[in-house]
Design a protein around this ligand. Structure first.
Ligand code: ATP
Ligand code: BTN
Length: 238
């Protein structure tokens, strides 16, 4: 409770033994954190399913910071920094835009959504972290749970650290955005890698060389530098 109070503007805490999706619920409430032990219909990006067995951390923050919709990618990067800092002891790295990986396997995903008007959106920040949950067989080679590297890991500890990091970063936003982006770069494994980005029905192939101030990834392709605001990123060897 103490950790939650530090997040600017946060007033309510909803705790579910089970819910369909904390993001879905969070859209209906304001200034709240929504926590669930398990989700029956956890959602991932681009209409995917998020496996949400008991033992994982599933939380959504409904934040009344009215911002223009085009700033949401920045808050998504900020959330990625909060998660990566929380898992820094486990050598977690962010893959652009905001998958958090350990040993190239996904340990956390972030789904940011917004409710409201184009110029004053309320932000829903949904975070899933595999802590002690079982990874279903079909994801074994793509996903990892923290318990596989730390038997004594605790959801409460991870949650408190996440809230502390998130509140610290939110207080620095937007005034210290540049230094937050610096932390993103430090915690990311994407810059300097050969990537293929799928965005808006196109594929961009090249070297990820930087991230610019609005959170777009700069990729050096054979056609020159391209800036990509959101998409799917794959690492390749050439
Ligand atoms: P398609 O895109 O054709 O539906 P898919 O396997 O990518 O195939 P889903 O099964 O809907 O689609 O979504 C699973 C995706 O989400 C995979 O990319 C998987 O890596 C990821 N995923 C889902 N739950 C978790 C989880 N708990 N931890 C890590 N990754 C997860
Ligand atoms: C992704 O990588 O595709 C994003 C996954 C986001 C999962 C979290 S779990 C808590 C919140 N509620 C949901 O239904 N999804 C997000």
């Amino acid at each position: 409770a103490l950790a939650l109070k530090k997040i600017p503007g946060l007033q309510n805490f909803y705790y579910f033994r089970e819910v369909d999706s904390t993001n879905r619920f969070a859209k209906e409430v304001e200034n709240s954190a929504v926590f669930a032990e398990t989700q029956s219909a956890g959602r991932g990006r681009i209409g995917r399913k998020w496996e949400s067995q008991r033992g994982g951390l599933y939380v959504s923050f409904s934040l009344n910071i009215s911002i223009p919709v085009n700033e949401i990618p920045k808050l998504t990067l900020l959330a990625g920094v909060a998660v990566a800092k929380t898992l820094e002891d486990y050598e977690a790295r962010i893959k652009w835009p905001n998958d958090v990986l350990i040993n190239d396997k996904k340990v956390s995903g972030i789904l940011s959504e917004f409710v409201g008007e184009e110029l004053s959106a309320r932000v829903i920040m949904g975070i899933g972290i595999n802590v002690k949950n079982k990874i279903p067989g079909h994801l074994r080679d793509k996903a990892i749970s923290l318990k596989e590297i730390d038997e004594s890991v605790s959801i409460t500890d991870i949650f408190v650290r996440l809230c502390t990091n998130l509140s610290e970063l939110m207080k620095r936003y937007p005034s210290e955005w540049k230094s937050i982006l610096g932390e993103w770069k430090r915690l990311s494994s994407t810059i300097g890698k050969h990537v293929v980005i799928e965005a808006g029905g196109r594929k961009y192939r090249g070297m990820a060389i930087d991230i610019d101030l609005d959170g777009g990834l700069i990729v050096r392709t054979e056609h020159g530098n391209e800036k990509i605001i959101s998409g799917e990123c794959f690492y390749t060897s050439y």
